[in-house]
Design a protein around this ligand. Sequence first.
Ligand SMILES: Nc1ncnc2c1ncn2[C@@H]1O[C@H](COP(=O)(O)OP(=O)(O)OP(=O)(O)O)[C@@H](O)[C@H]1O
Ligand SMILES: [Mg+2]
Length: 509
Amino acid sequence: MYISETTAVNAPVSFRHKILIVEDDRGTSFLLCETLSREGYSIEQAFDGKKALELVSLRKFDLILLDLVIPGIDGIEICRQIRSDKRFNSVPILILTAKNDPLEKMEGFAAGANDYILKPFMLDEVIARVKAQFRIIELRHNLVASESRYRQVVEHSPDGILILSNNEKKEVLFANKRFSEIVENDACGNIAGISATEAAKRCDLFREILAGINDIENSSPPVTREAIVHSQPAPAIFLEVVVLPIINEDSCIETFQVIIRDITNRKRMEKAMTQAEKIHSLGILTAGIAHEINNPLTGISNAVQIMKKCELSKDRQTQMCEHVLSHIERIAKITREMSQFSKPYEAVSEKFSVSEVISNALMLVGFSPASNNIQFQWAPPTTESPILFGNKNQFQQVIFNLLINAVQSIEKIGTVNISLSVEKSFIVISISDTGCGIPENQLKKIFDPFFTTKRDWKGTGLGLAVSCKIVQAFNGTIDVESVEKKGSKFTIKIPSESKEKPHKKANTQ
Ligand SMILES: Nc1ncnc2c1ncn2[C@@H]1O[C@H](COP(=O)(O)OP(=O)(O)OP(=O)(O)O)[C@@H](O)[C@H]1O
Ligand SMILES: [Mg+2]
């Protein structure tokens, strides 16, 4: 026998939670019903186990208050049956028991109860425990919603995202849709449930990921590498691979997060830009050669014509010959530097000390009369000098070119400062002067072949262009900072690892 009753009370909350009270003692049941209805809950009652299960299968309850000792099916069995049915097994169950028997409580929890209330109970305690359950539900709901939001963001990210365990095998803990798409196009195939070390045996991308994880030990994260995925018959995809460690509360690496980004378009653009730059440089170069060679040729031609037509005095003839020779020397200088510009690396590569090269170049510059009123500041490092592998003479020429430029920028007296250091994994050489400085609108042009402000035959405008080529062959860069009338600073940065392997050959234009 049962009474089922839905109490319609104006709930103070917008959503009225539905509670089922399963209690055979009618007095207790009605007391609970009245108290909880007043709190704004919608209540139904069952007075035996069979009806309780019937109601649970018909309606969706938000919480069940369940007496353990009831006619028919007992409370523990009801609990078990509810938990074994996935249609409603998440509903919180609060057990009402008259016995303070720990074994019985444990049996209740084992059957799936969330909490218990001892009889006789205080109504305030019942209310508090019911509210606590709804608070837990709300928090869990928020957590699930927030987790699902983040999962959506990660899952639908245009970048591939992978999480790897920090054990020896580097197991795949998570891979989003984009990551799986990319690797499925590669030789890697399905990565579900495999480890990165296993995948690396057949997939370049995973080899790069593992190399990135290794790099984390030697450099500060995130580590960025590049990989190519071949997805025949489609064109290859260029990927940027970013690896970063996820640190736990004990400051240990718990997992590795890998983000892969498709940079195919960027690569194509870079290639097109390099091509355009090459064509542009080629234009400047040919125009420059024609102009620079034409000038002395005109001078030679004029001189020879004069010598042919006119009877010249001995002195005048000598003067004319010297004139012709100086023009020839100029053409020779241009062709010499041009040949270095186009193929600067035919000489032997060797290991050399950067300090020694700087000292040699300084000594050579010292021979120039223009250096007389210049103070050179150079203190070689007290620790072991950095070593580079490559063409020592060419490298010395770079330092020489920069020093000569610095000297030539100083009109009367001034200072040239040279420093050498190793910063992170780069060898850094800087040459600064207190010379005339470079106007801002010329800064971009100074590395162009034949750009010179040294007229009257003093410069060919090839010094920096050649130096730049040589430094590029060492995988390095030259940067300039300058303030007009204050001075300039040229900084060469070369990866220190260049000392281990032969530098790459510079391409011809
Ligand atoms: N330290 C410097 N201070 C001021 N201007 C500089 C400095 N270094 C280079 N420049 C500017 O850059 C231009 C190009 O330098 P670059 O060394 O390529 O050619 P150049 O010195 O004119 O001729 P050369 O081929 O004989 O070296 C110079 O003409 C000058 O205007
Ligand atoms: Mg120069």
